[in-house]
Design a protein around this ligand. Structure first.
Ligand code: NAP
Length: 338
């Protein structure tokens, strides 16, 4: 069996590509990954996906999956281990099993960016987490921190503040990157304190997290303190040397962005941020004819794995739609060679 298109990834982009491919009369296969659904499976409430006033991330993904399967898309719940693109049909390996596809859409999304400090690996799952909705339960009544300044950090903070009476949100600058409305919501929470111009030097603890080693640069006027010792006292910490100090914490949620999942696709051209490069094409009249092509003819891309800018569920879904339309066009132009 040779599939018209093998879609690698099952977030909003992959599932939408599957839905559109079947509606375009193609025969798609989705390699969903061992943990399917992407980043939205780790989110709680989604309030900005059109059509749903409020829905949880996992519910939204289940609806997309049900729709894809209802339309006849085949889904394999396993990880793609290799993509061979030297010849067509392309070979997509899942362990020892090889699936053949005339085209491929890489829609593998992006994963947590970790702090990359010495003790982080040892304490992951022992107080260091990247998912408040998954792990908040373990920190009921305990002091925690969230690291980051974007929308994810705001979301994580809101979630963990439901169970922790003492949350410190640590950002390396003194301006948040997140949407002002989200910053306003978090700032209004009485159990949340904001710590600016501070980076995490290490996470501390032998078997479980006990604290964070922090370094505070220039004091932000927003902290409303006159010196580092005053700041340390305000947050209940202990000064070490120079600008470094220890903040006692039982948990820390890392929300500093994402890394595109491209390690299984060595032949694909990546940009400086690790995102797959898209190559747009225009026809003779200057009209856009392809939007989601990669450097390999027949391999297309969709979603956060190529999009380092918008990174929304709705834009990922839209890219999935575009990739499916591009695949259908490309097959109609080239299928005689298959
Ligand atoms: P992001 O927007 O890239 O923000 C990452 C934050 O982490 C930035 O504030 C950055 O600081 C900080 N950071 C990066 N590396 C760091 C490091 N090594 N140490 C300390 N801090 C570091 O990532 P995101 O918040 O995960 O959001 C990703 C995308 O998803 C965004 O487009 C966002 O809008 C979207 N999103 C939307 C929603 C929603 O609408 N409900 C929810 C979550 C995410 P700087 O600011 O100094 O660069």
């Amino acid at each position: 069996m040779i599939y018209d298109v093998i879609i690698i990834g099952s977030g909003p982009s992959g599932l939408t590509a599957g839905i559109y491919s079947t509606r375009l009369g193609l025969h798609p296969l989705i390699i969903a990954g061992q943990t399917w659904g992407g980043q939205l499976m780790l989110t709680t409430d989604v309030e900005n996906y059109p059509g749903y006033r409020k829905i949880t991330g996992p519910e939204l993904m289940q609806k997309m999956r049900d729709q894809a399967e209802g339309l006849g898309v085949e889904i394999v719940d396993a990880d793609c281990t290799r993509l061979e693109t030297k010849e067509r049909p392309f070979h997509v390996a899942v362990g020892d099993k090889i699936f053949e596809g005339k085209t491929v859409i890489v829609a593998t999304g992006a994963d947590t960016r970790w702090l990359d400090v010495p003790n982080e690996g040892k304490l992951r799952g022992r107080g260091v987490s990247s998912c408040a909705p998954c792990d908040a339960f373990f920190f009921r009544g305990k002091p925690v921190a969230v690291v980051g300044g974007g929308d994810s950090a705001m979301e994580e903070t809101q979630v963990i503040a439901k169970v922790s009476p003492d949350v410190v949100l640590i950002h390396r600058r003194d301006e948040f990157r997140a949407q002002p409305a989200m910053v306003a919501k978090v700032s209004a929470l009485p159990q949340v304190k904001l710590l600016y111009n501070t980076r995490v030097v290490d996470v501390l603890g032998d078997t479980v997290l006990t604290g964070l080693l922090l370094e505070t640069g220039t004091l932000s006027p927003k902290q409303q303190v006159g010196s580092l010792p005053e700041l340390v006292a305000k947050f209940g910490g202990e000064q070490k040397s120079g600008t470094q100090w220890i903040l006692p914490r039982s948990g820390v949620f890392v929300a500093i962005g994402l890394i595109p999942n491209t390690d299984r696709f060595p032949g694909l051209t990546l940009d400086a941020h690790g995102n797959i490069v898209r190559y747009e094409e225009k026809d003779g009249q200057g009209m856009l004819s392809y939007f989601t092509k990669t450097n390999i003819p027949g391999v297309f891309t969709a979603g956060d794995v190529h999009d380092g800018r918008y990174k929304q569920a709705i834009t990922a879904a839209a890219f999935g739609c575009m990739a499916a339309l591009d695949v259908a066009r490309w097959l109609s132009e080239t299928d005689t060679h298959t």
